[in-house]
Design a protein around this ligand. Structure first.
Ligand SMILES: Cc1cc2nc3c(=O)[nH]c(=O)nc-3n(C[C@H](O)[C@H](O)[C@H](O)COP(=O)(O)OP(=O)(O)OC[C@H]3O[C@@H](n4cnc5c(N)ncnc54)[C@H](O)[C@@H]3O)c2cc1C
Length: 436
């Protein structure tokens, strides 16, 4: 059986890996020149690392199993990690229970309210109720305004930008579940992980495995059209050439689906109501010296144009980055944000001004190189009643399947969730398609 997969991001490639274990052969069509989509790599000159920052949590069990399955378990490195807050022009570390108790921005009562919110949130099972209230209203209701402004607001700004005001409480519920479990129960200290060589190591290994099984990843292959084949199966058009498959699985964002797939393949309950996606604009600095001791610094300061600082080199050993320090400065923005109209040079200088405001001792001579990365469609915004408002996109053809991140109604966007989603899909797909 021949299976076509549209999209060679983390989802499409994980899917290819799982299906290629059966008696089927797979061809992945990826429009970009390199594998991985949002998880792809970047050549920073002296070293290669992820274009956008990625980290693995100790609780990412599906992802860790997949890494083991690829034979990369010994390349998975765990390190102590630190989280910081920048509140009222001061830096605070909140990386252990002790530091949390000492966090001066919150008084004892606020801390008790915060601990209660996290505990209560982690016990909630019925997430559907949380879809009806904004994350801001829910957090203020649970823990009070002071805790919201000093603790939650910087975190939400770092994760979602100003759009957090539209997002439902499901976002923080799934975040609490994922992130707060990352603190090892024994020491109550954060640990995070990465693969030696970054996600490029993962994708290169996965590609070699696919080749050994007679499957392939076709890069620079923009799928132009997907349509039903009158003789059965589905036809993919790419580079003006048609190729027939027994089955095709589509993994790219929904807006691409409506552009390339023929209407006889799928139906949408709301064709004119596209899912609202959040994008990211990210300055990446390679510097001679370290800029931050934190893996994540959450920022609540209107004068700083980015909403967080990700100190990759606070986690990743320096031999991975040729002895240089890698720091990401992201800003999450919606599709209509005026930031998209600014040129890369304007954005770079705006963000660099922000770096100097945040770190007044920062010397620009310390910069080895500066890079600007953008992605317009990163994650669907989980707005109020998201699970009811997202268009119900269904396939109309027995050989055409749709699998993408807009289907995550009660989870944050991360690769562990992607693997879980793919594995559930593949179990059913194998039965339906009689694959062994
Ligand atoms: C800033 C940032 C930080 C992140 N941090 C983390 C983290 O710390 N931990 C974590 O687990 N996850 C993290 N993620 C999330 C992770 O990157 C995503 O879960 C994952 O990359 C989603 O993969 P995907 O395949 O679903 O989507 P995508 O990566 O968007 O893949 C879709 C693919 O489809 C391709 N495509 C589009 N149109 C066509 C076409 N016409 N023909 C062929 N191909 C096409 C695209 O080029 C793309 O490669 C982060 C993401 C970002 C942006």
């Amino acid at each position: 059986m021949k299976i076509g997969i549209v999209g060679g991001g983390f989802m499409g490639l994980t899917l290819a890996h799982e299906i290629a274990k059966t008696n089927a052969t797979v061809k992945v069509f990826e429009s970009a020149a390199q594998m991985g989509g949002l998880s792809t790599h970047e050549d920073y000159g002296p070293f290669i690392w992820d274009r956008f920052y990625h980290v693995i949590l100790p609780t990412d069990n599906f992802l860790i199993d997949l890494i083991d399955d690829l034979g990369l378990g010994d390349k998975l490195c765990w390190r102590r990690s630190y989280t910081g807050y920048y509140v009222q022009k001061k830096f605070y570390s909140i990386s252990s229970s002790k530091e949390f108790l000492l966090f001066p921005a919150l008084n004892l009562w606020d801390k008790a309210m915060l601990a209660f919110t996290i505990f209560y949130g982690s016990k909630i099972k019925d997430w559907k109720k949380l879809e009806k209230i904004t994350v801001e209203d829910w957090l203020i209701k649970m823990g009070g305004r002071a805790t919201y402004e000093k603790f939650w607001s910087p975190l939400l700004l770092a994760k979602l930008g100003e759009n957090h005001k539209k997002v439902s409480a499901v976002f923080i519920w799934s975040y609490i579940k994922r992130l707060f479990q990352a603190r090892s129960s024994a020491a109550q200290k954060e640990h995070m992980g990465y693969i030696e060589g970054g996600y490029k190591t993962f994708f290169d290994t996965l590609q070699n495995n696919l080749h050994e099984k007679g499957s392939e990843i076709s890069l620079n292959s923009v799928v132009q059209n997907v349509k039903a084949n009158p003789q059965g199966g589905v036809t993919v058009t790419c580079d003006d050439k048609e190729e027939h498959f027994d089955k095709v699985i589509f993994t790219s964002p929904l807006n691409i689906l409506s552009k390339v797939a023929n209407p006889d393949l799928f139906e949408s309950s709301k064709p004119d109501a596209p899912v609202e996606y959040l994008g990211v604009i990210c300055l990446v600095l390679i510097t001679k010296n370290s800029l931050t001791p934190y893996y994540v610094l959450n920022i609540a300061d209107k004068e700083i144009p980015f909403t967080g600082v990700i100190g990759m080199s606070s986690l990743v050993d320096l031999d991975q980055t040729s002895g240089e320090h890698l720091t990401y400065f992201p800003k999450y923005v919606s599709a209509n944000d005026p930031y998209w109209k600014k040129s890369d040079e304007e954005l770079k200088s705006l963000f660099l001004e922000g770096v100097s405001k945040l770190y007044p001792d920062f010397d620009t001579n310390d910069i080895v190189s500066a890079h600007l990365h953008k992605a317009l469609k990163v994650q669907p915004l989980q707005v109020l009643n998201y699970s009811e408002t997202i268009p119900d996109v269904k396939t109309k053809h027995k050989d055409f399947y749709i699998l993408n991140t807009s289907q995550f109604v009660n989870d944050t966007l991360n690769n562990n969730t992607v693997v879980n989603h793919v594995e559930k899909f593949v179990t059913q797909f194998k039965t339906e398609s009689n694959l062994q």
